[in-house]
Design a protein around this ligand. Structure first.
Ligand SMILES: *[C@@H]1O[C@H](CO)[C@@H](O)[C@H](O)[C@H]1NC(C)=O
Ligand SMILES: *[C@@H]1O[C@H](CO)[C@@H](O)[C@H](O)[C@H]1NC(C)=O
Ligand SMILES: *[C@@H]1O[C@H](CO)[C@@H](O)[C@H](O)[C@H]1NC(C)=O
Ligand SMILES: *[C@@H]1O[C@H](CO)[C@@H](O)[C@H](O)[C@H]1NC(C)=O
Length: 443
């Protein structure tokens, strides 16, 4: 008896060792796939830091620093991102004499660091304000709890000037809407080159010619929430300078509640196609088409860049799900390149990192998580309009309303794994209480 016990223990021990080794092996295999060699060559690029909106690359957080500070952390809080930014910032003051052009080489590491994933630093665009509105949103932000996170010169839109091999290196670290990781350089190069007009660079490109121009740009941002059913807000919405709409925004028959004008239609190719498929029976035929309507792509995939180019040059699409022999007609037969805009991936990533830093980012869904298309639309308006009135966005009493104002039969709000609608709902409440937006609520 006494002789057998130790040998059983040894067997046990060997068994455990095998399991541990196997687990280690599996972990290594999965993380290795995600971490290629990363080489960034960055030239003359200006990045943001919390303290100073216009520091240049010489003050840019060194990649090695971040690897040291972030390695081995599994869970991440927003404050962690900010702390690591601060750490690297202070560590960089000493390096401020370095040349403008730096090549940073990262060795392969065990797992992508959290700062690599979030990339909480951004290009800057100094775009002069289009108005002299005395008390606009951006002037009120510093007195609110959003002061720290709000970047006044984040690029909201991208256009021809934004493509360069250096920028491609920088942004290809981020996938989906958050970077250029899922788009080939040739596609970006040729698509963004199309957007070389002044109109592609600013939100309110017709402002100077508007008869109803005034001191402040007043925007109505219209979500598709069921709260608008029976609201009779249509006239009020249409009386704004600009009306923003998103995805399946059906108008015919709903004018009393939601208005009839669309100045900006925001969508990704995927969400637009889904809306056309899902809402055809409700009379939704595709994006609104009118003289004033501009189209703002939210680029999730290369298909967004491809469709944008084909639509604005009236050429056929020879690849991907939108492939067709004829030029696409979603935006009307005579649409011109001046009508197209496309969100900058830095803007989407900034919104995810700072305004909608969801707990989903701690789960396996973090790779697919992004702010909803409606959320990007509202936050883009907050970063460009002088005043924002928001309609049809989710409110705490959302269970009282159908999912959409255009639903034929009432049904509950759908929640998707790639968005955090409850967090968005709380954000709208906070922005409303802070006086930055005026959110339509029924109670
Ligand atoms: C920000 O950095 C720039 C250039 O390094 C400098 O000229 C400017 O004074 C700084 N601004 C603040 C507020 O620190
Ligand atoms: C971008 O396109 C231009 C013109 O077609 C070409 O000359 C240039 O080499 C391209 N650059 C890259 C990085 O693909
Ligand atoms: C924009 O690019 C096109 C070629 O793609 C060129 O013909 C046109 O002159 C450019 N426009 C401006 C304003 O640079
Ligand atoms: C919209 O409002 C009307 C009138 O209150 C109601 O009869 C209808 O059921 C509502 N539609 C939906 C989809 O909730």
């Amino acid at each position: 008896m006494t002789g057998r016990l130790p040998s059983r223990l040894v067997l046990w021990f060997i068994g455990l060792l095998c399991v541990a080794l196997l687990t280690l092996f599996l972990v290594c295999m999965t993380t290795q796939n995600q971490v290629p060699w990363q080489v960034m060559s960055l030239q003359n690029f200006r990045f943001f830091s919390d303290k100073n909106n216009s520091i240049s690359l010489k003050n840019q957080p060194s990649a090695e620093n971040e690897l040291d500070t972030e390695l081995g952390q599994n869970s991440l809080q927003k404050s962690d991102v900010q702390n690591s930014l601060r750490k690297s910032e202070s560590g960089n003051e000493a390096k401020s004499d370095q040349a403008n052009s730096i090549t940073i080489s990262l060795k392969p590491v065990a797992k992508p660091t959290e700062t690599d994933f979030f990339g909480d630093w951004y290009a800057t665009d100094d775009f002069p304000s289009q108005t002299n509105c005395p008390n606009n949103i951006r002037k009120r932000v510093p007195q609110t709890q959003f002061a720290e996170m709000f970047l006044h010169n984040i690029p909201v839109l991208q256009w021809a000037k934004h493509f360069s091999p250096e920028e491609y290196q920088r942004l290809s670290h981020f996938s989906g809407a958050h970077g250029w990781g899922s788009v080939r350089a040739e596609v970006l190069n040729s698509s963004l080159a199309i957007l070389n007009r002044t109109a592609n660079q600013m939100m309110f490109d017709d402002w100077e010619n508007r008869a109803d121009r005034s001191d402040c740009v007043r925007c109505a941002v219209v979500g598709n929430g069921g709260i608008l059913n029976g609201s009779r807000k249509g006239k009020e919405i249409d009386e704004h300078h600009y009306v923003f709409r998103v995805n399946g925004a059906a108008l015919t028959g709903f004018e009393n509640d939601v208005g009839s004008r669309t100045s900006f239609y925001t969508f990704s190719t995927n969400t637009m196609r889904n809306s056309i498929n899902s809402y055809a029976h409700l009379g939704y035929r595709g994006p609104p088409i009118s003289k004033e309507t501009r189209y703002i792509f939210l680029p999730d995939h290369d298909r967004d860049y491809i469709l944008m180019k084909a639509a604005s040059t009236h050429t056929a699409i020879d690849q991907g799900p939108e492939r067709s022999k004829k030029p696409p007609t979603y935006f009307g037969e005579d649409v011109t390149v001046e009508k197209f805009k496309i969100y900058h991936p830095d803007f989407i990533r900034y919104l995810r990192n700072r305004f909608l830093h969801s707990n989903l980012l701690k789960t396996s869904a973090r790779g697919i998580y992004r702010p909803s298309t409606g959320a990007v639309m509202l936050l883009a308006a907050i970063h460009t309009c002088d005043q924002v009135d928001a309609y049809g966005f989710m409110t705490p009493d959302y269970t009282l309303y159908s999912d959409h104002y255009y639903d034929k039969q009432r049904h509950e709000v759908h929640f998707y794994a790639n968005h955090d609608m409850r967090m968005e709902m709380r954000l709208w409440q906070e922005l409303h209480k802070a006086g930055l937006i005026n959110l339509f609520m029924r109670r």
